[in-house]
Design a protein around this ligand. Structure first.
Ligand SMILES: C[S@@+](CC[C@H](N)C(=O)[O-])C[C@H]1O[C@@H](n2cnc3c(N)ncnc32)[C@H](O)[C@@H]1O
Length: 279
């Protein structure tokens, strides 16, 4: 027979576990509802800006080393140092610090201003850093409109890296294609290395009621604000990273083909691809 002390503890833990599950259900429902509202009430530019804002506020622990999946990828797929690289979504310079320490010259950009001091120090004197998004890069490379990244547009690189998970934050399919086109133009002969969140090829998960309710409110707000943006049932929203649209393998292969490149897919711990110019 168990002791009264243990039985009391078991009851307390049982109550805590029930409470924990309720809190989790409320948390998920609120996040889904926020996703529904925001995805319909904001346009693509606003959603992109909000993702950067939320990511910077989440104040992630700054790692100083590469992940175990990045190390062999960089070692095997990047041209050897002292190659010249363009690194997008560079954050506080985690990848940049590793690359410059190995003798690469790295130009880097990142939309979150709060990353500036660390990123500038990681890039060092051989490269430049600037504050802008992938959308800014597309503007300056493909449409020659001025953007904070304009000075990168006339450069040529031995490779382009779209840093850790970042392609997932470009949710508009046309913008993704434009981004790869811009990267292709900046590194016409070099590889494009891209990291993202992957999804299965199958159908999207069934719609959640909280998201649908939020979307009804957001649709009304969007009409009131004169805003619209593409929405996919595959989209996600997290309060620490904003909007995401994970990519299926077939989507990446199609994007690569659109810019005349092959797609080497690595599906280990964190999905990533290397796009190389077709021979
Ligand atoms: C997971 S963090 C990775 C940061 C850095 N590469 C690292 O590995 O430490 C994703 C980064 O993508 C950036 N980001 C989000 N949306 C972006 C966009 N539209 N264009 C460029 N960067 C974006 C965020 O600001 C954030 O720094």
């Amino acid at each position: 027979m168990f002791s009264p002390g243990y039985r009391l503890l078991r009851r307390v833990i049982g109550t805590y576990a029930a409470l924990d599950r309720s809190v989790l259900r409320v948390h998920t429902a609120l996040e889904e509802a926020a996703h529904g509202v925001l995805s319909r009430a904001l346009d693509a530019r606003e959603r992109s800006d909000l993702s950067v804002y939320l990511g910077a506020r989440a104040n992630p622990t700054v790692r100083s080393t590469l992940f175990s999946w990045e190390l062999p990828w960089f070692q095997s797929d990047l041209p050897p140092p002292p190659a010249r690289l363009l690194l997008g979504a560079a954050g506080s310079g985690r990848e940049a610090a590793w690359l410059t320490a190995r003798g690469y010259a790295v130009d880097a950009f990142e939309p979150a201003r709060s990353c500036e001091p660390r990123l500038a120090s990681a890039v060092g004197s051989l490269g430049r850093c600037a504050f802008g998004s992938y959308e800014d890069l597309v503007l300056s490379v493909l449409t020659v409109e001025a953007s904070p990244l304009s000075h990168f547009a006339s450069e040529r690189y031995d490779a382009v890296i779209l840093g850790w998970g970042s392609l997932t934050h470009v949710i508009d399919p046309d913008m993704r294609r434009n981004l790869l086109q811009a990267a292709d133009r900046l590194s016409p002969h070099g590889p494009i290395l891209a990291s993202f969140w992957a999804r299965d090829e199958g159908p999207p998960p069934p719609p959640r009621r909280a998201r649908a309710a939020g979307a009804a409110v957001g649709g009304w707000l969007g009409r009131l604000r004169g805003r619209s943006a593409s929405v996919s049932p595959h989209d996600g929203f997290r309060t620490h990273s904003g909007f995401t649209r994970p990519l299926a393998r077939s989507e990446l292969e199609a994007l690569a083909a659109d810019v005349g490149r092959t797609c080497a897919w690595y599906a280990d711990a964190y999905p990533h691809v290397t796009l190389r110019r077709r021979p």
